[in-house]
Design a protein around this ligand. Structure first.
Ligand code: ZN
Length: 67
């Protein structure tokens, strides 16, 4: 006999906790994501987000050798 009080909410019906600031994906209580300066970034969007954030640090081999 399962006590319904202790069953987790149906994820399809649960209200989302946050939305990814890049793709708009709904993020639920059990989802892990990155909270960056108040912006929610999902796992899938992190590489693109990081690439954009660190654009200023992008160098070529020549630039690296000359610095
Ligand atoms: Zn996303």
């Amino acid at each position: 006999m399962i006590d319904r009080k202790f069953c987790p909410a149906d994820p399809q019906r649960a209200a989302w906790a946050a939305r990814c600031g890049l793709c708009g994906r709904e993020l639920y209580d059990g989802d892990a994501f990155y909270a960056v300066n108040g912006l929610a970034v999902c796992e899938e969007c992190l590489p693109a987000f990081a690439r954009e954030e660190y654009r200023a640090f992008r160098v070529t081999g020549r630039e690296w050798r000359m610095s």
